[in-house]
Design a protein around this ligand. Structure first.
Ligand code: ADP
Ligand code: ADP
Length: 229
């Protein structure tokens, strides 16, 4: 089955039923290990779609399936999905290592396993030299990598990323695009990536859903999307 499947998913925020929905009967099937982007202008429904997959919002109609199982009634912490935000949300008083280890400690993963899993992800992210530092001593790009590491160390079935590079300057953003793609290939986890930046989506994605006004207007590989007149 698809890693993530949306069938006829709609979301209305407005009380007035004549207002068009924020997300309007979307169908999507995202394959395991796919780098899938939701691309479109501000307000087209990308974040709402992502938040419904994460379980932070509930669809008003339709079905969401993870690995073939309907999760519409499952809370976020039972979906085995992690989300990365633009503003990182790191703990300022904890070291990089402890920021990454936080979720594993809370789940009472044995100490030796925490050590090895954090070390593995620190190496993958090339964060070794920063492991003992506090977040504020890091560059924006390093902080973003810590946020990614903290999500990936849980080995979720999927990672949802909402404009994760939006706070970085252009040069760093381009470097991180390449980096993110490399990391996604190495861990093999399904990524769902929200962006309004067409160049970013074209560079990184296996497939792209181009959204407008709550609907999917185009769906395909970067080549298919790009070649469309
Ligand atoms: P995008 O991520 O593409 O910028 P959003 O999903 O954030 O789009 O928003 C889609 C539409 O839903 C917009 O019109 C937005 O104003 C509206 N919206 C989003 N979140 C809320 C909310 N919590 N309450 C009311 N309206 C919302
Ligand atoms: P983004 O563009 O990154 O989706 P927004 O600025 O649209 O972010 O939304 C930021 C927060 O405000 C979100 O939690 C969203 O749910 C909420 N929000 C967005 N639009 C509205 C709205 N029209 N009414 C109420 N809340 C909204």
């Amino acid at each position: 089955p698809p890693a993530i499947e949306l069938r006829g998913v709609s979301k209305w925020y407005a009380a007035d039923p004549d207002t068009p929905p924020a997300v309007d009967a979307i169908d999507l099937a995202i394959a395991p290990g796919e780098f899938f982007s939701l691309l479109g202008p501000s307000g087209c429904g990308k974040s709402t779609t992502l938040r419904m997959i994460a379980g932070f919002e509930h669809p008003d109609s339709g079905d969401i399936r993870l690995g073939g199982t309907s999760v519409v009634d499952l809370p976020p912490n039972r979906r085995d999905i992690n989300m990365v935000f633009q503003n990182y949300a790191l703990f300022p008083h904890l070291s990089v290592f402890d920021n990454i280890a936080y979720g594993l400690k809370r789940k009472r993963v044995p100490r030796a396993e925490i050590q090895s899993r954090v070390a593995e992800i620190v190496e993958l992210m090339e964060l070794g030299p920063t492991a003992k530092r506090r977040p504020r001593a890091l560059s924006g790009g390093q902080q973003q990598r810590v946020a990614l590491a903290r999500a990936l160390v849980n080995r979720p079935r999927a990672l949802l990323l909402d404009e994760p590079l939006g706070a970085l300057d252009l040069k760093l953003r381009q470097a991180m695009q390449t980096e993110l793609k490399r990391i996604q290939r190495e861990v093999g986890i399904t990524f769902v990536y929200v962006t309004h930046d067409q160049g970013e989506a074209l560079v990184m994605s296996d497939r792209i859903a181009v959204m407008d006004a709550g609907r999917v207007q185009q769906l395909g590989t970067p080549e298919e999307i790009y070649q469309r007149p």
